[in-house]
Write a protein that binds this ligand. Structure first.
Ligand SMILES: NC(=O)c1ccc[n+]([C@@H]2O[C@H](COP(=O)([O-])OP(=O)(O)OC[C@H]3O[C@@H](n4cnc5c(N)ncnc54)[C@H](OP(=O)(O)O)[C@@H]3O)[C@@H](O)[C@H]2O)c1
Length: 373
């Protein structure tokens, strides 16, 4: 098994990890990307078929997808790369998976649900660390508290980001987002912070426009959603004091300077560094009567997790287990999907632990007003 899977962007840092994991699982994917030489070198090393095709070449994409059943798209930023591949998948009747974490991409794919159903195609973005663990935790919390009205999710990644992640983050860094009353509301990045306990004592996390601001609503129907990330204490203090001027990140020259700095870094963490890293996820859901439930996850390091989760979901999709239309990981495979990934542990919190840090909310003077929107 494994023929029928095409990994696009396979020569990228994460694409290569995904390709290596696919081979470990006994799959025989075709590797693809726009850089024929780099893709061929990896494919020959792994003993796989390969092809070079640009996303600007619809006829080339049609030829590339002939005979395939699932595309696992690993080339980002996805705001530039997703749409041509989705169009090609619709034309070819091939299921589409990607590893995006970009809110705008989730929203645009959600809006293509009817076309995907008509084409008999699964559209399942976010099969990496963003958003598999947070999405499964959100669905688990909803299962524990079906009347939940407010969802707060937070994560902490121990380990450094890849160049591709850093460049994608620069593209989206100038704007923050939360969901209030079912609508996505644009806010300044980091405008809300709070304390949460990932299991090692309370730390400060700040709100970020993580993909779940889009997708957790579709997975759970909970109308108020905020997603937070751990940031080093210095950054948290600067955010609270307003010393980080996020709007400058909207300026093209500033973004280009940052991109140039990032390109000088190594492609991503080494295997040894990934083995030392880990991911921590915390979530809390509350109903209107003041009842709250909270749970935590501990996962392998983010890129290791992404390779494990993406290949697991590709295998399930190849086996015909994914419904057609727009899907989130938990809608397609249930809240316990994340527990199928080696090294993941989930813990339900009780009593005092649930409220840990809740009163320590900071920089959130607009929260009540915004939540009323
Ligand atoms: N969901 C998650 O948890 C998760 C985890 C890891 C990564 N990601 C995302 O995945 C993306 C890739 O990350 P990475 O670390 O692998 O980055 P990377 O090492 O820089 O690789 C990027 C890949 O995308 C390709 N690419 C970029 N723009 C393209 C375009 N316009 N047309 C065709 N191919 C294009 C590159 O091809 P060339 O070599 O030809 O430039 C390369 O193969 C980023 O957006 C990152 O944020 C998400």
């Amino acid at each position: 098994m494994g023929e029928g899977l095409l990994i696009y962007g396979a020569n990228g840092y994460t694409g290569e990890l995904v390709a290596r994991r696919a081979v470990e699982r006994g799959l025989r994917p075709t590797l693809a990307g726009r850089n024929g030489e780099a893709v061929a070198a990896l494919a020959e090393h792994l003993g796989l078929a390969h092809l070079a095709v640009s996303l600007d070449d619809p006829a080339g994409l049609d030829a590339a997808l002939r005979g395939q059943r699932v595309v696992l798209h690993c080339a980002g930023p996805f705001r530039y790369t997703s749409s041509p591949m989705v169009e090609a998948c619709f034309r070819a009747g091939v299921h589409y998976l990607d590893i995006t974490g970009e809110l705008a991409v989730f929203e645009s794919l959600y809006n293509r649900d009817a076309e995907a159903r008509a084409a008999g195609v699964t559209l399942l973005p976010g099969v990496g660390f963003d958003i598999v663990p947070t999405d499964c935790l959100a669905a688990h919390l909803k299962r524990r508290l079906p009347g939940a009205q407010c969802l707060e999710l937070a994560f902490r990644l121990v380990g450094r980001p890849s160049r591709g992640t850093a460049i994608t983050a620069i593209e989206g860094a100038a704007s923050g987002a939360v969901r209030r009353g079912g609508k996505i509301v644009r806010v300044a990045p980091g405008h809300v912070s709070r304390r949460v306990d990932f299991g090692r004592g309370p730390v400060t996390v700040v709100a970020i426009p993580w993909g779940d601001v889009s997708t957790a609503y579709y997975s759970t129907g909970i109308p108020d959603i905020t997603v937070y990330s751990y940031v080093p204490p210095l950054v948290a203090r600067a955010l609270r004091a307003g010393r980080l001027a996020w709007p400058v990140l909207a300026w093209r020259p500033v973004r280009e300077l940052l991109r140039r700095m990032v390109r000088r870094q190594p492609p991503g963490p080494t295997d040894a560094a990934r083995a030392r890293g880990l991911g921590l996820v915390w979530g809390e859901a509350c109903d209107g009567a003041g009842t709250c439930v909270a749970s935590r996850l501990r996962t392998p390091e983010g890129y290791t997790f992404t390779a494990l989760a993406a290949v697991l979901i590709a295998e399930k999709t190849l086996a015909g287990a994914a419904p057609t239309g727009f899907q989130t990981p938990s809608l397609a495979f249930g809240p316990d999907l994340v527990l199928e990934i080696p090294g993941v542990e989930r813990e339900d919190l009780a009593g005092e632990d649930i409220r840990g840090g809740h009163d320590d909310r900071a920089g959130d003077s607009g929260y009540a007003r915004r939540s009323a929107l």
